[in-house]
Design a protein around this ligand. Sequence first.
Ligand code: NAP
Length: 339
Amino acid sequence: MGKVKKDKKDKKEKKKERAEKSQSADPGHPEQKELKLMKKKALSKDSPKVSSFIYGCWRLLDDPEGADVPRIRQKIDACLESGISTFDHADIYGGYGCEEAFGRALKEAPDLRKHIEIVTKCGIMLVDPARPENRIKHYDHGGNHVIKSVERSLKNLNVDVIDLLLIHRPGPLMDPEELGAALDHMRTSGKIKYYGVSNFTVSQFKMLNSCTERKLATNQVEMNPLYQEPFLDGTLDYLIQKQIRPMAWSPTAGGRIFNDTSEASVRVRDAVQEIAARYGMEMDQVLYSWLLMHPSNPAIILGTNKPERIRRAVESKTRHLDKQDWYAIWSAGNGQEVP
Ligand SMILES: NC(=O)c1ccc[n+]([C@@H]2O[C@H](COP(=O)([O-])OP(=O)(O)OC[C@H]3O[C@@H](n4cnc5c(N)ncnc54)[C@H](OP(=O)(O)O)[C@@H]3O)[C@@H](O)[C@H]2O)c1
């Protein structure tokens, strides 16, 4: 082997050794062995790589066990040990408090940052003591607001860059040219890496997509047996056609499938219970497997505050329902046999 080639090889090996050493000495993440299990995949061509399950931070401050750093770390660690490396936030979660609570956990273990991807959102303006200037609930898609909101999220989360920024909801006053320019400005100035949307119709998605330099990474939409609209109104068809994976929020309908007394919830609960018993699965796992069978291949956003539920969620990736199970849950959701 020539000397130059050998030197190059030595350098490469040394670099690899250094990287491995620094990871195993890192107190901020679980064992190396566990981290190797992570399989990240992009949501589309212009998207960060994300884990197949994503941890949703909306309910972080509602945890009956509290929301101090050790408790939040328990959930972050349960995620990382299970191969979940992506965390979904929004400026408004927890009365504008969730990002900051999560940011405190990152501040105490700064090495965590290199193992995780951060998604956050902006655009909804809540009436909340943290925002006394908001007289009514409304949306702001103006460039100034979006940039200010991202800067605030970076500060609250204690991070230098947002991996994926989503426009939380569309609105009638949304000017796609102004918004697109703001998104590109934040990308080129290094505040965000990628951008996308949430709760957009197909036409709203196309409109904003035509005003940005890069493509929208995803559309984060509600998907569960009690909310079938995106399956039926073309939202998922369009994403499949464009090879864009959705992010699925409220996969258990915000917990209603477990405890709600409406007729539809009871029907879905009965169907899911029967299937869970037959396969020896938990009900939440059945709901995640149900979503994973859809050809849009959604990244499922978990909302549970229970570390044990986070851990068992990922097992549903290897548990398969059959088509008749899938349709039993679908029909229970809308109360009708398929035509
Ligand atoms: N883009 C948007 O507009 C939007 C809107 C809403 C949410 N999101 C995102 O989506 C994430 C997930 O939404 P979500 O929180 O509504 O998810 P979800 O999983 O549908 O609902 C979570 C709720 O279900 C309960 N739950 C889960 N598994 C359970 C089980 N096996 N038995 C009994 N209860 C169970 C949880 O209670 P425990 O904590 O006790 O498990 C929690 O109260 C949010 O955190 C947020 O990041 C986005």
